[in-house]
Design a protein around this ligand. Structure first.
Ligand SMILES: Nc1ncnc2c1ncn2[C@@H]1O[C@H](COP(=O)(O)OP(=O)(O)OP(=O)(O)O)[C@@H](O)[C@H]1O
Ligand SMILES: [Mg+2]
Length: 338
Protein backbone atom coordinates (compact mmCIF):
# COMPACT_ATOMS: atom_id res chain seq x y z
CA UNK A 1 0.00 0.00 0.00
CA UNK A 2 1.40 3.38 -0.90
CA UNK A 3 1.84 5.95 1.88
CA UNK A 4 -1.01 8.11 0.59
CA UNK A 5 -4.13 6.54 -0.81
CA UNK A 6 -4.61 8.83 -3.79
CA UNK A 7 -8.04 7.37 -4.50
CA UNK A 8 -9.61 8.52 -1.24
CA UNK A 9 -7.56 11.62 -0.61
CA UNK A 10 -9.49 14.83 -1.21
CA UNK A 11 -8.13 16.71 -4.19
CA UNK A 12 -8.51 20.41 -4.25
CA UNK A 13 -7.41 22.77 -6.96
CA UNK A 14 -5.05 24.48 -4.56
CA UNK A 15 -2.98 21.39 -3.82
CA UNK A 16 -1.39 21.19 -7.19
CA UNK A 17 2.05 22.07 -8.46
CA UNK A 18 1.98 24.92 -10.95
CA UNK A 19 5.19 26.87 -10.58
CA UNK A 20 8.64 26.85 -9.05
CA UNK A 21 11.63 29.18 -9.00
CA UNK A 22 14.97 27.56 -8.21
CA UNK A 23 18.32 29.19 -7.80
CA UNK A 24 19.65 27.75 -11.06
CA UNK A 25 20.58 29.47 -14.34
CA UNK A 26 18.82 29.75 -17.70
CA UNK A 27 15.20 29.22 -16.62
CA UNK A 28 12.90 28.29 -19.49
CA UNK A 29 9.20 27.83 -19.22
CA UNK A 30 6.79 26.03 -21.54
CA UNK A 31 3.10 25.50 -20.95
CA UNK A 32 3.74 22.42 -18.83
CA UNK A 33 7.47 22.20 -18.06
CA UNK A 34 10.08 24.41 -16.44
CA UNK A 35 13.74 23.74 -17.06
CA UNK A 36 17.12 25.04 -15.91
CA UNK A 37 20.69 24.51 -17.06
CA UNK A 38 22.74 22.30 -14.74
CA UNK A 39 25.93 22.56 -16.78
CA UNK A 40 26.76 23.04 -20.45
CA UNK A 41 25.43 19.61 -21.38
CA UNK A 42 22.55 18.93 -19.00
CA UNK A 43 19.26 20.47 -17.93
CA UNK A 44 16.87 19.87 -15.07
CA UNK A 45 13.45 19.25 -16.62
CA UNK A 46 10.61 19.76 -14.16
CA UNK A 47 7.04 18.76 -15.01
CA UNK A 48 4.25 20.75 -13.35
CA UNK A 49 0.60 19.72 -12.92
CA UNK A 50 -0.59 22.29 -15.45
CA UNK A 51 -2.96 21.13 -18.16
CA UNK A 52 -3.44 22.80 -21.51
CA UNK A 53 -5.99 22.47 -24.27
CA UNK A 54 -5.90 24.18 -27.65
CA UNK A 55 -2.54 25.72 -26.72
CA UNK A 56 -3.78 27.38 -23.51
CA UNK A 57 -3.14 26.43 -19.90
CA UNK A 58 -6.56 25.92 -18.28
CA UNK A 59 -5.64 24.77 -14.80
CA UNK A 60 -3.85 21.97 -12.99
CA UNK A 61 -4.45 18.27 -12.34
CA UNK A 62 -3.15 16.75 -9.14
CA UNK A 63 -0.30 14.26 -9.70
CA UNK A 64 -0.24 14.92 -13.44
CA UNK A 65 3.34 16.20 -13.33
CA UNK A 66 4.54 13.13 -11.50
CA UNK A 67 2.69 10.84 -13.89
CA UNK A 68 4.22 12.51 -16.95
CA UNK A 69 7.72 12.65 -15.48
CA UNK A 70 7.75 9.02 -14.38
CA UNK A 71 5.95 7.69 -17.44
CA UNK A 72 8.56 9.47 -19.55
CA UNK A 73 11.28 7.64 -17.64
CA UNK A 74 9.55 4.32 -18.29
CA UNK A 75 9.20 4.93 -22.02
CA UNK A 76 12.74 6.22 -22.62
CA UNK A 77 14.00 2.98 -21.05
CA UNK A 78 11.78 0.97 -23.39
CA UNK A 79 13.03 2.83 -26.47
CA UNK A 80 16.77 3.09 -25.80
CA UNK A 81 17.66 0.47 -28.40
CA UNK A 82 15.70 2.31 -31.12
CA UNK A 83 16.87 5.85 -30.55
CA UNK A 84 19.34 7.95 -28.61
CA UNK A 85 17.39 10.18 -26.24
CA UNK A 86 17.82 12.93 -23.69
CA UNK A 87 16.82 11.08 -20.52
CA UNK A 88 19.62 10.65 -17.97
CA UNK A 89 17.87 9.97 -14.67
CA UNK A 90 15.02 10.86 -12.36
CA UNK A 91 16.05 13.11 -9.48
CA UNK A 92 12.57 13.72 -8.07
CA UNK A 93 9.13 12.29 -8.88
CA UNK A 94 8.51 15.54 -10.83
CA UNK A 95 11.97 16.15 -12.27
CA UNK A 96 14.62 14.50 -14.38
CA UNK A 97 18.08 15.33 -15.63
CA UNK A 98 18.23 15.40 -19.42
CA UNK A 99 20.91 16.01 -22.03
CA UNK A 100 20.69 19.50 -23.47
CA UNK A 101 19.59 19.47 -27.09
CA UNK A 102 18.83 21.99 -29.80
CA UNK A 103 15.18 21.15 -30.57
CA UNK A 104 14.31 20.67 -34.26
CA UNK A 105 11.64 23.23 -35.28
CA UNK A 106 9.13 20.51 -36.19
CA UNK A 107 6.60 18.53 -34.17
CA UNK A 108 6.77 14.95 -35.39
CA UNK A 109 3.18 13.74 -35.22
CA UNK A 110 2.55 10.07 -35.95
CA UNK A 111 -0.96 8.77 -36.47
CA UNK A 112 -2.15 5.17 -36.43
CA UNK A 113 -5.84 6.12 -36.43
CA UNK A 114 -7.86 8.82 -38.16
CA UNK A 115 -9.39 11.11 -35.57
CA UNK A 116 -9.34 14.60 -34.05
CA UNK A 117 -11.46 17.71 -33.87
CA UNK A 118 -9.15 20.67 -34.54
CA UNK A 119 -8.61 22.18 -37.97
CA UNK A 120 -5.27 20.36 -38.36
CA UNK A 121 -6.72 16.95 -37.38
CA UNK A 122 -6.68 14.20 -39.96
CA UNK A 123 -10.38 13.44 -39.49
CA UNK A 124 -11.43 17.10 -39.82
CA UNK A 125 -9.60 17.35 -43.16
CA UNK A 126 -10.88 13.97 -44.38
CA UNK A 127 -14.47 14.72 -43.35
CA UNK A 128 -14.24 17.99 -45.30
CA UNK A 129 -13.45 15.95 -48.42
CA UNK A 130 -9.63 16.14 -48.49
CA UNK A 131 -8.10 12.89 -49.70
CA UNK A 132 -4.55 14.24 -49.99
CA UNK A 133 -3.65 15.17 -46.42
CA UNK A 134 -0.14 16.16 -45.25
CA UNK A 135 1.08 14.76 -48.57
CA UNK A 136 -0.49 11.35 -47.92
CA UNK A 137 -3.18 9.87 -50.20
CA UNK A 138 -6.05 8.50 -48.12
CA UNK A 139 -8.54 5.88 -49.39
CA UNK A 140 -12.31 6.37 -49.59
CA UNK A 141 -14.57 4.92 -46.92
CA UNK A 142 -12.66 5.69 -43.72
CA UNK A 143 -14.79 6.35 -40.64
CA UNK A 144 -13.88 8.50 -37.66
CA UNK A 145 -11.52 6.79 -35.17
CA UNK A 146 -10.77 3.86 -37.50
CA UNK A 147 -7.23 2.54 -38.01
CA UNK A 148 -5.10 3.69 -40.95
CA UNK A 149 -3.57 1.02 -43.20
CA UNK A 150 -0.12 2.14 -42.01
CA UNK A 151 0.97 4.75 -39.50
CA UNK A 152 1.60 8.17 -41.06
CA UNK A 153 4.02 10.94 -40.12
CA UNK A 154 2.15 14.27 -40.32
CA UNK A 155 4.56 17.02 -39.23
CA UNK A 156 3.65 20.49 -38.03
CA UNK A 157 5.74 23.56 -37.52
CA UNK A 158 6.44 24.49 -33.91
CA UNK A 159 4.56 27.65 -33.09
CA UNK A 160 6.22 30.20 -30.87
CA UNK A 161 4.46 31.28 -27.67
CA UNK A 162 0.75 31.76 -28.16
CA UNK A 163 0.68 30.65 -31.80
CA UNK A 164 -0.78 27.51 -33.33
CA UNK A 165 1.19 24.78 -35.05
CA UNK A 166 0.84 24.70 -38.82
CA UNK A 167 0.58 21.40 -40.76
CA UNK A 168 3.21 20.74 -43.42
CA UNK A 169 4.16 17.81 -45.63
CA UNK A 170 7.28 15.72 -45.15
CA UNK A 171 8.68 17.26 -48.34
CA UNK A 172 8.05 20.80 -47.03
CA UNK A 173 10.00 20.10 -43.84
CA UNK A 174 13.05 19.87 -46.09
CA UNK A 175 12.12 22.34 -48.86
CA UNK A 176 11.42 25.09 -46.30
CA UNK A 177 14.84 24.49 -44.83
CA UNK A 178 13.51 23.51 -41.39
CA UNK A 179 15.54 20.29 -41.23
CA UNK A 180 18.13 18.87 -43.63
CA UNK A 181 17.08 15.98 -45.84
CA UNK A 182 19.38 13.45 -44.21
CA UNK A 183 18.31 14.37 -40.67
CA UNK A 184 14.63 14.41 -41.59
CA UNK A 185 14.84 11.02 -43.29
CA UNK A 186 16.41 9.57 -40.13
CA UNK A 187 13.89 11.31 -37.82
CA UNK A 188 10.96 10.15 -39.97
CA UNK A 189 12.03 6.50 -39.95
CA UNK A 190 12.92 6.57 -36.27
CA UNK A 191 9.53 8.09 -35.39
CA UNK A 192 7.74 5.23 -37.16
CA UNK A 193 9.89 2.62 -35.39
CA UNK A 194 9.25 4.26 -31.99
CA UNK A 195 5.54 4.44 -32.74
CA UNK A 196 5.44 0.74 -33.68
CA UNK A 197 7.20 -0.19 -30.41
CA UNK A 198 4.90 2.13 -28.44
CA UNK A 199 1.78 0.66 -30.04
CA UNK A 200 2.96 -2.84 -29.25
CA UNK A 201 3.69 -2.07 -25.59
CA UNK A 202 0.41 -0.14 -25.24
CA UNK A 203 -1.50 -3.06 -26.78
CA UNK A 204 -0.05 -5.44 -24.19
CA UNK A 205 -1.32 -3.00 -21.55
CA UNK A 206 -4.83 -2.98 -23.03
CA UNK A 207 -4.47 0.41 -24.69
CA UNK A 208 -4.48 1.70 -28.24
CA UNK A 209 -1.83 4.31 -29.03
CA UNK A 210 -4.00 6.15 -31.56
CA UNK A 211 -1.57 8.96 -32.28
CA UNK A 212 1.28 10.85 -30.68
CA UNK A 213 3.73 13.72 -31.03
CA UNK A 214 7.50 13.43 -30.78
CA UNK A 215 10.16 16.07 -30.47
CA UNK A 216 13.70 15.48 -31.60
CA UNK A 217 16.76 17.61 -31.02
CA UNK A 218 20.44 17.64 -31.88
CA UNK A 219 23.28 17.27 -29.42
CA UNK A 220 24.98 20.70 -29.64
CA UNK A 221 28.47 19.16 -29.69
CA UNK A 222 28.13 16.00 -31.75
CA UNK A 223 24.97 16.63 -33.81
CA UNK A 224 23.59 13.31 -32.63
CA UNK A 225 19.81 13.07 -33.10
CA UNK A 226 18.06 12.70 -29.74
CA UNK A 227 14.45 11.98 -28.84
CA UNK A 228 13.63 14.75 -26.34
CA UNK A 229 10.80 16.29 -24.32
CA UNK A 230 8.22 13.60 -23.47
CA UNK A 231 7.19 10.37 -25.08
CA UNK A 232 3.91 8.41 -25.21
CA UNK A 233 2.38 10.29 -22.28
CA UNK A 234 -1.34 11.08 -22.06
CA UNK A 235 -0.41 14.71 -22.91
CA UNK A 236 1.44 13.93 -26.11
CA UNK A 237 -0.70 10.97 -27.20
CA UNK A 238 -4.21 9.68 -27.58
CA UNK A 239 -4.52 6.51 -25.54
CA UNK A 240 -7.75 4.56 -26.00
CA UNK A 241 -9.03 1.66 -23.93
CA UNK A 242 -8.87 -1.43 -26.16
CA UNK A 243 -11.67 -3.30 -24.42
CA UNK A 244 -14.41 -0.72 -24.99
CA UNK A 245 -13.19 0.39 -28.44
CA UNK A 246 -15.21 -2.06 -30.64
CA UNK A 247 -18.49 -1.38 -28.85
CA UNK A 248 -17.97 2.38 -29.02
CA UNK A 249 -17.16 2.18 -32.73
CA UNK A 250 -20.33 0.15 -33.27
CA UNK A 251 -22.39 2.75 -31.42
CA UNK A 252 -20.62 5.60 -33.19
CA UNK A 253 -19.50 7.18 -29.91
CA UNK A 254 -16.03 8.42 -29.07
CA UNK A 255 -13.46 5.91 -27.76
CA UNK A 256 -12.85 5.74 -24.02
CA UNK A 257 -9.71 7.75 -23.66
CA UNK A 258 -7.07 8.11 -20.91
CA UNK A 259 -5.94 11.56 -21.90
CA UNK A 260 -7.52 14.99 -21.99
CA UNK A 261 -10.88 13.59 -23.07
CA UNK A 262 -12.80 14.94 -20.06
CA UNK A 263 -11.43 18.42 -20.60
CA UNK A 264 -12.09 18.29 -24.32
CA UNK A 265 -15.68 17.15 -23.69
CA UNK A 266 -16.24 19.94 -21.17
CA UNK A 267 -14.87 22.41 -23.71
CA UNK A 268 -16.98 20.98 -26.52
CA UNK A 269 -20.08 21.55 -24.37
CA UNK A 270 -19.16 25.24 -24.22
CA UNK A 271 -18.36 26.03 -27.85
CA UNK A 272 -14.73 25.10 -27.32
CA UNK A 273 -14.27 28.32 -25.38
CA UNK A 274 -12.43 27.89 -22.06
CA UNK A 275 -13.85 31.21 -20.84
CA UNK A 276 -17.37 29.85 -21.13
CA UNK A 277 -16.86 26.81 -18.88
CA UNK A 278 -18.31 27.55 -15.42
CA UNK A 279 -15.55 27.53 -12.78
CA UNK A 280 -17.11 24.68 -10.78
CA UNK A 281 -17.42 22.47 -13.87
CA UNK A 282 -13.80 23.18 -14.79
CA UNK A 283 -12.65 22.33 -11.25
CA UNK A 284 -14.66 19.08 -11.23
CA UNK A 285 -13.32 18.14 -14.66
CA UNK A 286 -9.71 18.73 -13.60
CA UNK A 287 -10.30 16.72 -10.42
CA UNK A 288 -11.72 13.79 -12.36
CA UNK A 289 -8.86 13.93 -14.86
CA UNK A 290 -6.34 13.02 -12.16
CA UNK A 291 -7.47 9.40 -11.94
CA UNK A 292 -7.33 9.07 -15.75
CA UNK A 293 -3.69 10.10 -15.79
CA UNK A 294 -2.90 7.77 -12.90
CA UNK A 295 -4.71 4.92 -14.61
CA UNK A 296 -2.68 5.50 -17.77
CA UNK A 297 0.53 5.33 -15.72
CA UNK A 298 -0.50 2.15 -13.92
CA UNK A 299 -1.80 0.38 -16.98
CA UNK A 300 1.23 1.16 -19.15
CA UNK A 301 3.95 0.52 -16.57
CA UNK A 302 2.17 -2.32 -14.77
CA UNK A 303 3.19 -0.64 -11.48
CA UNK A 304 1.05 0.91 -8.80
CA UNK A 305 1.34 4.69 -8.81
CA UNK A 306 3.05 5.86 -5.64
CA UNK A 307 2.05 9.50 -5.07
CA UNK A 308 4.76 11.75 -3.72
CA UNK A 309 4.03 14.38 -1.08
CA UNK A 310 3.15 17.95 -1.91
CA UNK A 311 4.34 20.71 -2.01
CA UNK A 312 6.64 19.73 -4.86
CA UNK A 313 8.51 23.07 -4.56
CA UNK A 314 9.75 22.05 -1.09
CA UNK A 315 11.09 18.74 -2.39
CA UNK A 316 12.88 20.46 -5.26
CA UNK A 317 14.44 23.03 -2.96
CA UNK A 318 15.75 20.24 -0.73
CA UNK A 319 17.41 18.74 -3.81
CA UNK A 320 19.40 21.85 -4.60
CA UNK A 321 22.69 20.84 -2.92
CA UNK A 322 22.65 17.51 -4.72
CA UNK A 323 21.74 19.12 -8.04
CA UNK A 324 24.48 21.70 -7.97
CA UNK A 325 27.04 19.03 -7.03
CA UNK A 326 25.85 16.04 -9.06
CA UNK A 327 26.18 17.24 -12.60
CA UNK A 328 29.58 18.66 -13.41
CA UNK A 329 30.93 19.21 -16.92
CA UNK A 330 33.01 16.05 -16.52
CA UNK A 331 29.85 13.91 -16.28
CA UNK A 332 29.53 11.51 -19.15
CA UNK A 333 26.11 11.85 -20.76
CA UNK A 334 24.06 8.69 -20.71
CA UNK A 335 22.19 8.33 -23.96
CA UNK A 336 20.91 4.85 -23.30
CA UNK A 337 19.35 3.50 -20.18
CA UNK A 338 18.41 -0.13 -19.97
N1 LIG B 1 16.58 17.86 -23.95
C1 LIG B 1 16.08 19.07 -24.20
N2 LIG B 1 16.92 20.11 -24.47
C2 LIG B 1 16.43 21.35 -24.73
N3 LIG B 1 15.10 21.64 -24.74
C3 LIG B 1 14.23 20.64 -24.48
C4 LIG B 1 14.66 19.32 -24.20
N4 LIG B 1 13.57 18.54 -23.99
C5 LIG B 1 12.51 19.35 -24.13
N5 LIG B 1 12.88 20.61 -24.45
C6 LIG B 1 12.01 21.79 -24.64
O1 LIG B 1 11.48 22.13 -23.38
C7 LIG B 1 10.15 22.61 -23.53
C8 LIG B 1 9.24 21.75 -22.66
O2 LIG B 1 8.22 22.54 -22.21
P1 LIG B 1 6.69 22.17 -22.44
O3 LIG B 1 6.52 20.70 -22.65
O4 LIG B 1 5.93 22.83 -21.35
O5 LIG B 1 6.46 22.91 -23.82
P2 LIG B 1 5.04 23.23 -24.41
O6 LIG B 1 4.66 24.61 -24.08
O7 LIG B 1 4.14 22.11 -24.05
O8 LIG B 1 5.32 23.18 -25.91
P3 LIG B 1 4.93 21.97 -26.80
O9 LIG B 1 3.45 22.06 -26.96
O10 LIG B 1 5.72 22.23 -28.04
O11 LIG B 1 5.35 20.72 -26.07
C9 LIG B 1 9.81 22.51 -25.01
O12 LIG B 1 10.00 23.76 -25.60
C10 LIG B 1 10.82 21.51 -25.53
O13 LIG B 1 11.13 21.73 -26.88
MG1 LIG C 1 5.64 19.90 -24.47
Amino acid sequence: MSPIDHRSEPRSGSSTFTDVHLNLPDRREGKIRISYALDDRHRLLITTDRISAFDRVLGAVRYKGQVLNQLGGFWFAQLGDLTAHHYVREVDPNAQIVRTAIPLPVEVVVRGYITGVTSTALWTRYAAGDREVYGHRLPEGLTKNSPLATALVTPTTKASNGGHDEPITNAEVVSRGLVSESIWSEVHDRALAIFARGSHIAAKAGLILADTKYEFGLDPDTGEILLIDEVHTPDSSRLWVTESYPERMRLGTEPESLDKELLRLALAGHHGDPDEIPADLLAATLDASSSRYIRAFEQITGNEFSPATYPVEDRLNLLMPELTASCTPSDQPTDRIQ
